[in-house]
Design a protein around this ligand. Structure first.
Ligand code: NAD
Length: 492
C-alpha cells in the first residue's frame, strides 16, 4: 500500500469508476478555478450519463462481496482511511483553501473534522446490532436484523468538500453499502484526493466510485442515478430547490433519502445574556468559511436592553477581521466561492439598505492589492434589519450579519420560527427557565445555547421543515444507511 499523496494525485485529473481512474466517456474536461484570483489551475473529467451508469454497474457488482466483509474488517479499512487523512492534513488543507477559499487553518481543521466522522463510523460499524424479540407465542425465534440498503448515490456541495464527502461515504461503507458520488463542480479536487486515499486504505474496486461533472452536465449524471432502480438511496447536501427536485425524482423507484438542505438560522441574544460571550459565539458561528456554512446565523435578534452595546462590540470585532487569499496564513476571511455568490451577497446588502438598514461596518465588495480578485466581500454588520429584507428571508451565504432589535421573548421566538427552514438556531441567555422554554420552542434540528460551534461527529446533524430530513453523525447517521429485516423462525 502506498502512503503518498503527491502533487500529481492532488491535481488528480481523472475520476474513479470500478478499478479504473478514467477520463469522461467523451473526453470532456471541467476547469477548476481558484476563487482568490478567478483563474483556472486544474481540470477534471466532465462526466456523462454513461459514466454515471458505469459507476452504478461497478457499485452494484461490488455490493454482495462488500456487504459480506465482516464489520470488523470494514472498520479496519475505515480506520486506515482516517489515518491517511490525518497524515495528509497539510496537503489536503491547502488543497481545500486553494479550490474552495477557506483560510488555511480552517482548511486543515476541515480535514480533521472530516476524518473524525470516518473514525466514528469505523467504530459504529462494529456496533450495528440487531434485536432478538421476545416471541408472543412459543416455538418462534423472532429477530430484527440490520442490513445495508444497497448502492448509495451521494451528492455534495462545495462549502465543505472534505467533510460532506466523509459524512456520507463513511457511514455508507460502514453499513456495508457501496457508493457512487458526485462532488460539487467548484471543488472536485479534494473529493478526488479523499477517494484516492480511501482506495489506498483498502476500499476494494467498485465499492467507492466518483464521477465529477460540470453544473451543466450534473443533471444528466444525477438523473441516471435517479432513474436507476439499483440505486437504493440518495444522500444529498445542498440547496433546498435541488433537494426537492431529488425527492420528486426519487419517487418512481422509492429510494431512501437523506436531505441536508439550506437554513436560515436565527441567533438570539437576550437581555440576561453575557454580551461578550454572545459576540464571541456569533463570530465563531457566523464567520467560519466566510459565512458560507449552512448552520451559520443568518438573522441576529438582540433584545432592546443590550442591543446597542452588542452592535458596537460586534462592529469592532467584524471591522478588525483580516480579509485576503485563503492560502495566506493571516487571512481570516477568504474569497467567496464565485461571482454568483458575491453578486447575491451584494444584492442582499443593497436591498437591506434600500429598506432602511444601517451599515455599521463593511457593506461593499473588496478589491485591493491584497484582495486582488473579483470574489471578495467586506465583513459586514447591518443594524435596523427587519423581516421584509431579502437577507432575512433566504440564506445570504456570506460575511453579512443583519441585526434586528426585539422586545419580548414571545415576539422573538415567533420571529425566529417564521421561516420555512429549520436547520440551526442559537441563543444566549443565563436564565435557566428561559433556556429550557426557548430550546423547546425553536423549530430547528440543532440548537446552540451559549455556544456557537455545534457540529461534532458524535452528535446528530440535520434539519426539520424545508431544511430536510435524515441525520448525519452519531448512531443515527449509520441507521440512515440500513434497513431492518424482520426474520421469524418457526419450529421444524
Ligand atoms: P446546490 O444545491 O447548488 O449544489 C449541491 C450539489 O447538487 C452539487 O453537487 C451540484 O452539482 C448538485 N446539483 C445542482 N443542480 C442539480 C440538479 N439539477 N440535479 C442534481 N444535482 C444538482 O448547493 P450549493 O450551492 O453547492 O451549496 C450551498 C447550499 O447547500 C446552501 O443552501 C447550504 O445551506 C446547503 N448546505 C447544507 C448543509 C446541511 O448540512 N444542511 C451543509 C452544507 C451546505
Amino acid at each position: 500500500m502506498t502512503l503518498t499523496l503527491d502533487r500529481q494525485d492532488l491535481m488528480a485529473g481523472t475520476h474513479l469508476i470500478g478499478a479504473e481512474w478514467r477520463e469522461a466517456s467523451d473526453g470532456h474536461r471541467l476547469d477548476v478555478t481558484d476563487p482568490a484570483t478567478d483563474t483556472v489551475f486544474a481540470s477534471v473529467p466532465d462526466g456523462t450519463a454513461a459514466d454515471a451508469r458505469a459507476a452504478v454497474d461497478a457499485a452494484h457488482a461490488a455490493f454482495p462481496a462488500w456487504r459480506a466483509v465482516p464489520a470488523k474488517q470494514r472498520a479496519q479499512i475505515l480506520k486506515r482511511w482516517n489515518d491517511l487523512m490525518v497524515a495528509h492534513q497539510d496537503d489536503l488543507g491547502r488543497l481545500i483553501s486553494r479550490e474552495q477559499g477557506k483560510p488555511l487553518a480552517e482548511g486543515k481543521g476541515e480535514v480533521l473534522y472530516a476524518a473524525s466522522y470516518v473514525e466514528w463510523f469505523a467504530e459504529e460499524a462494529t456496533r450495528a446490532n440487531g434485536e432478538v424479540i421476545p416471541a408472543p407465542v412459543t416455538g418462534r425465534r423472532m429477530m430484527a436484523l440490520k442490513e445495508p440498503v444497497g448502492v448509495v448515490a451521494a451528492i455534495t456541495p462545495w462549502n465543505f468538500p472534505a467533510a460532506m464527502i466523509a459524512r456520507k461515504i463513511a457511514p455508507a461503507l460502514a453499513a456495508g453499502c457501496t457508493v457512487v458520488c458526485k462532488p460539487a463542480e467548484d471543488t472536485p479536487l479534494t473529493s478526488l484526493a479523499l477517494v484516492k486515499l480511501a482506495q489506498q486504505a483498502g476500499v476494494p474496486a467498485g465499492v467507492l466510485n466518483i464521477v465529477t461533472a460540470s453544473r451543466e452536465r450534473t443533471p444528466g449524471v444525477v438523473d441516471a442515478w435517479l432513474d436507476d432502480a439499483r440505486v437504493r438511496k440518495i444522500t444529498f447536501t445542498g440547496s433546498t430547490p435541488v433537494g426537492k427536485h431529488l425527492a420528486r425524482r426519487s419517487a418512481d423507484t422509492l429510494k431512501k433519502l437523506s436531505l441536508e438542505l439550506g437554513g436560515n438560522a436565527p441567533f438570539i441574544v437576550f437581555d440576561d445574556a453575557d454580551v461578550d460571550a454572545a459576540v464571541e459565539g456569533l463570530m465563531v458561528a457566523k464567520f467560519r468559511n466566510g459565512g458560507q456554512t449552512c448552520v451559520c446565523p443568518n438573522r441576529v435578534f438582540v433584545q432592546a436592553g443590550v442591543h446597542d452595546a452588542f452592535v458596537e462590540k460586534l462592529g469592532a470585532r467584524v471591522g478588525a477581521l483580516q480579509v485576503g487569499p485563503a492560502t495566506e496564513a493571516d487571512s481570516q476571511i477568504g474569497p467567496m466561492i464565485n461571482a454568483r455568490a458575491v453578486d447575491k451577497i451584494d444584492r442582499h446588502v443593497r436591498d437591506a439598505v434600500a429598506r432602511g438598514a444601517r451599515v455599521v461596518v463593511g457593506g461593499e465588495r473588496l478589491r485591493s492589492a491584497r484582495c486582488d480578485g473579483p470574489n471578495y466581500y467586506a465583513p459586514t454588520v447591518l443594524a435596523n434589519a427587519d423581516a421584509t429584507m431579502e437577507c432575512s428571508c433566504e440564506e445570504t451565504f456570506g460575511p453579512v450579519v443583519p441585526v434586528t432589535r426585539f422586545e419580548t421573548e414571545a415576539e422573538v421566538v415567533a420571529a425566529a420560527n417564521d421561516t420555512p427552514f429549520g436547520l440551526a438556531a442559537y441563543f444566549y441567555s443565563t436564565d435557566v427557565r428561559r433556556i429550557a422554554r426557548v430550546a423547546d420552542a425553536l423549530e430547528s434540528g440543532l440548537v446552540g445555547i451559549n455556544e456557537g460551534a455545534l457540529a461534532a461527529e458524535a452528535a446528530p446533524f440535520g434539519g426539520v421543515k424545508e431544511s430536510g430530513y435524515g441525520r448525519e453523525g452519531s448512531v443515527h447517521g449509520l441507521e440512515d444507511y440500513m434497513h431492518i429485516k424482520y426474520v421469524c423462525q418457526g419450529q421444524l
